[in-house]
Write a protein that binds this ligand. Sequence first.
Ligand code: HEC
Ligand code: HEC
Ligand code: HEC
Ligand code: HEC
Ligand code: HEC
Length: 362
Amino acid sequence: MRLSATLPLISAVAVILSIASPVMAQDRSELSRLTEEWLASPHGDYKSLSFTYWNKDGEVPVACAACHSQPGFIDWLGADGSAPGVVDHAAAINAPIGCASCHTSAAHALDSVPFPSGVTVDGLGPSAVCTVCHQGRQSGDNVMAATKGIADDTVSPDLAFLNVHYGVAAAVMHGAEVRGGFHYPGKTYAGRFTHVPSANTCVACHNAHTTEVATDGCVSCHRGVEDIRDIRTRHQDFDGDGDNAGGIHAEIIGLHGQLYAAIQAYGAGVGNAPIGYAYGTFPYFFNDTNADGQISPDEAIFPNRYQSWTPRLLKAAYNYQVVQKDPGGYVHNPSYMLQLLYDSLESLSERVDVKMTALRRP
Ligand code: HEC
Ligand code: HEC
Ligand code: HEC
Ligand code: HEC
Ligand code: HEC
């Protein structure tokens, strides 16, 4: 391990011991419990793609290191004595997000975090560390800039898919404040989902060490549901399927499916270039070369990536992916998800057949 990675590790242990209670024996069993919980969590999963993707290169590049390598995050925080807010060096491979990531003095002091849009959110407390890594890598502003000056339905070779990235919970939770989604001009979007004070921040819901959510707390308020995906507090039928019995999750999934169909209809109809989505294969949108409506493994290859983008299609596809890459979006900010989907569908409906009259925008 490099010196720059070792020093914060030692100081992290000191910081952890200082926050633990003074009874030492209890501390040790407490620490071993936390360590086991962490090791079993995604953050401690040494084998995950998130921490092994760069093994062939031997280091995690500067652009990726803040979120994919413990020393990279320490570098970003400035806990290694470097400037805070930037990564100065490529970082170690196989270095998952350990105790020393979140328990340096710099990590504990962190309260404000800038998002890809340039907007900084303050007052984040213990959720600030989560917010650094779970904010995505693009914003709607990037989509606006990329499509500027190109007519809505003109295929342009200058356009490429913009991927918001993964696990973008913080971008979704802060909604309009940070513009993680593409916002259609003239529309207003839900800001931070305030929910209730006891379930209002990352660490109020997620255990910081297991990353899991204890759902028994949820159902003490949301009575009568067995699965949290069945929770709903509003009664409108947003996706127009005539059913408002399921959770708000089902409304989001319903609109998301309709958006996919509209994206496919637009690609084939307007651009004369059939398009499809491959789950888990970068860069996600590919030419549906045989126009069978599916992306088969031989179509989901980088040289066959979709390249017939128009501004209208790119904006809708960007929002489609924002919703796709936050599976907790229905909890993190349901109105924002519904609004992005509705507006993307409304835009596509100017060129393809979408039954907008059945849909509701929150
Ligand atoms: C702002 C933080 C951040 C940055 C910077 C970042 N990532 Fe990620 N990335 C994440 C998070 C968070 C996840 C895991 C999301 C999850 O599993 O919920 C992730 C997941 C991944 C995955 C796994 C995807 C999968 O399908 O399992 C790959 C590959 C990846 N990132 C590549 C990159 C590359 C390449 C770069 C640099 C060009 C990069 N990341 C930069 C936050 C980041
Ligand atoms: C992803 C960030 C993260 C990682 C990794 C992490 N912690 Fe924490 N830890 C936190 C946060 C955030 C809190 C405060 C939780 C709160 O305020 O609800 C915390 C709290 C604690 C506490 C106070 C008691 C408690 O249970 O809340 C101890 C002790 C602790 N962590 C030890 C560890 C140890 C040991 C490791 C490594 C095995 C570790 N942490 C890894 C974020 C992290
Ligand atoms: C230094 C970057 C970093 C920090 C800090 C961080 N995460 Fe993560 N988080 C990741 C990465 C990378 C993954 C994916 C790990 C994997 O694939 O094994 C992840 C995975 C997760 C997952 C599981 C996602 C899935 O696909 O199952 C949850 C939930 C999560 N983080 C919540 C949190 C919370 C809550 C905090 C703050 C206490 C936090 N994270 C802090 C980078 C980070
Ligand atoms: C109201 C409670 C609540 C809050 C606040 C909250 N989450 Fe979540 N989050 C959940 C629940 C519940 C899920 C799982 C949803 C599901 O799978 O149906 C989830 C899912 C996730 C996932 C995706 C896990 C996966 O399976 O891929 C990540 C990552 C995540 N949350 C991170 C965060 C971060 C970071 C914050 C703060 C910005 C946050 N969450 C705030 C409750 C919450
Ligand atoms: C103290 C009571 C309370 C607790 C605990 C609570 N919630 Fe909520 N929840 C509410 C209230 C009140 C609303 C309505 C908020 C609003 O729309 O502004 C809500 C809204 C929601 C919504 C959106 C429903 C819709 O129709 O838009 C979801 C999803 C949700 N909660 C999930 C959860 C999950 C998951 C947990 C546990 C991690 C949880 N809640 C914990 C009270 C609670």
